[in-house]
Design a protein around this ligand. Structure first.
Ligand code: FES
Ligand code: FES
Length: 249
């Protein structure tokens, strides 16, 4: 089949050919049009954000001197009102024996004794204890002699990693005083009369605020029971043999 080509005379002007948009340019144009027409909010996102307002500046709360008597020694610390007793002991007084576990009252690692009562030092502010007598794990021993509870913990292997141990020791020490003073617990059968014996159930309930992730609970109960029954006195010689040198974790 022959094709007929129209001849072009040399004098003729070349026929004007309309520009053909490429496929890529066409797709780019269509996409841009869709963006502008359908999602005008996207355009706003591409604009330069307005300068952020200057951050609000709070003036620091000035500290004030707070005097605590810790383990028989007076400490006057310059503290902001928001400083917890736990942080005051560790960060300001340098008594690192008291441990910070959860910092929210759930583990008991921070237990200290304030005016004879065991408390979670992470849940209370230092300024609330101005002038009070605080006992930490560093204050349980006396003149280098471990307390009966410390000796019993060693004798009964009542710890593994030892992180919870300062809180366990303070809690157990105060527990015995509470029991001697007739304070009932939720497992005390008759709250009108003091239980004749500190049963293992009583010990477990009264120590339930102190968590031990190593699971040394059986031995902790045995240690507390031993001190209650006076058995720790017999373990004094064992501890002095140097299996462990102290109860501070
Ligand atoms: S650190 Fe205070 S209860 Fe856990
Ligand atoms: S001894 Fe490790 S958490 Fe209690």
């Amino acid at each position: 089949m022959s094709t007929t080509n129209k001849r072009q005379d040399p004098g003729d002007e070349p026929a004007a050919t309309p520009p053909q948009p490429s496929r890529r340019r066409f797709l780019q144009s269509a996409a841009a049009a869709a963006t502008v027409g359908v999602a005008p909010h996207l355009r706003a996102q591409t604009q330069t954000p307005a300068a952020a307002p200057p951050a609000e500046v709070h003036a620091p709360v000035p500290g004030r001197p707070v005097t605590l008597t810790v383990n028989g020694r007076a400490y006057t610390l310059q503290l902001e009102p928001r400083v917890t007793l736990l942080d005051a002991l560790r960060e300001y007084a340098g008594l690192m024996g008291t441990k910070k576990g959860c910092d929210r009252g759930q583990c008991g690692a921070c237990t200290v004794i304030a005016e004879g009562r065991r408390i979670n030092s992470c849940l209370t502010l230092a300024v609330m204890h101005e002038g009070e007598n605080i006992t930490t794990v560093e204050g349980l021993a006396s003149n280098g002699v471990l307390s009966p509870m410390q000796r019993a913990f060693i004798e009964h292997d009542a710890f593994q990693c030892g992180y919870c141990t300062p809180g366990q020791l303070c809690s157990a020490t105060a527990l015995l005083n509470e029991f001697r003073n007739g304070t009932a617990s939720t497992v005390t059968a008759d709250v009108r009369s003091r239980p004749p014996q500190l049963s293992d159930d009583e010990i477990r309930e009264r120590m339930s605020g102190n968590i031990c992730r190593c699971g040394a609970y059986v031995n902790i109960v045995a240690a507390v029971r031993a001190v209650h029954e006076g058995g720790a006195q017999n373990s004094a010689s064992a501890s002095s043999n140097g299996r462990h040198n102290n109860g501070n974790a």
